[in-house]
Design a protein around this ligand. Structure first.
Ligand SMILES: [Zn+2]
Length: 327
């Protein structure tokens, strides 16, 4: 979800295509630890569909979101053709600390080698990209609010001395533990808050069942309240969870539970509404020349009347409650 300038795109591509990230070179490095990789696996690694001349291809790095599914399926098609139908699951389930059968003579061992190779290579690329370009690309996207929860700011903060800065997380929309080859694809990176990325989402697989861009989720939900219980809830919750892509978002980020804690907003609107009843507003209009009722209402509820969707935390909650209580 990173939309960045052409200059930055070129700089990143140039950086990621340096020789340190050359698959051919890496295969031959003793540090990789599998000196006796069978030729079949070497050929496989040297002809990956998401690389060109052993390095990440321009089209993989710049792939638009809707094309990432093609990258994933092209890779697994090839993997399954060479190593059998079960290879996709083996690939998914192999983690960076997994042991590999040293004899390397089974399909399973070879798929594990491929996974560990890609995990290592692409994690390393991502970590260096994050260190060198993270701040720059997050600043360029200009997003201020976490798109998953819409309740935390994600701006870059810099010390006045310029020596230290705080940057938000970069979430891998399709997790790099399963799709390491998308670890630096710009459309797969979502600046987000720490709570959503590291606590809530973690390695949850959003492939096939997800809303993109994630903030679109809030256009579909409708908040409501119960004044006697002082409770906030999602009115269309039951309809939403029928659709797996809404269910995964609600369950992963605990949206209903999280938003239910914001009763201070509910109370603020209700209190203002009580204080400035229609009769009181009419009083004000009567005693002030040139003011209309509508105008007074807009002044009283200024913070809700003139919200900017892009910069207002909890925007949808405020909008829905305001419209239900006041309008
Ligand atoms: Zn968040």
């Amino acid at each position: 979800m990173l939309k960045i300038s052409q200059t930055s795109q070129n700089a990143i591509l140039h950086y990621l295509q340096k020789n340190d990230y050359c698959t051919d070179k890496k295969i031959n490095e003793a540090t990789f630890g599998f000196l006796n990789i069978p030729n079949r696996t070497k050929y496989f690694l040297k002809d990956l569909p998401f690389e060109e001349n052993y390095k990440i291809s321009h089209s993989t790095l710049m792939s638009p979101y809707h094309n990432n599914e093609n990258i994933i399926e092209a890779f697994f098609d090839k993997l399954q053709r060479v190593y059998g139908v079960g290879s996709r699951d083996i690939f998914y389930n192999t983690g960076k600390d997994d042991e590999v059968d040293k004899t390397l003579d089974t399909n399973e061992a070879q798929v594990k080698v491929i996974k560990l190779f890609l995990l290592k290579k692409y994690s390393n690329m991502y970590n260096n990209f994050r260190k060198n370009y993270g701040k720059r690309v997050i600043e360029e996207t200009g997003n201020n609010i976490c798109p998953y929860c819409y309740r935390s700011y994600i701006s870059v903060i810099e010390a006045e001395t310029g020596k230290k800065s705080l940057t938000p997380d970069l979430d891998h929309f399709y997790p790099k533990s399963r799709y390491p080859f998308l670890a630096v694809t710009l459309s797969n990176l979502v600046p987000s808050c720490l709570l959503c990325n590291e606590r809530a989402k973690n390695d949850q697989d959003f492939y096939k069942n997800s809303i993109y861009p994630p903030q679109k989720f809030f256009d579909e939900i409708e908040f409501d309240y119960d004044v006697y219980l002082n409770k906030i809830y999602i009115k269309n919750y039951k309809q939403l969870i029928i659709d797996p892509k809404y269910k995964i978002h609600l369950d992963t980020f605990l949206i209903q539970e999280t938003y239910a804690t914001h009763t201070e907003i509910l109370q603020n609107i209700i209190n203002k509404h009580k204080k400035y009843k229609q009769s009181k507003i009419q009083d004000l209009v009567k005693h002030t020349v040139g003011l209309s009722g509508t105008y007074v209402k807009k002044i009283v509820f200024y913070e809700y009347e003139y919200m900017n969707k892009k910069t207002e935390l909890l925007y949808k909650l405020k909008k829905d409650l305001y419209e239900k209580i006041i309008k």
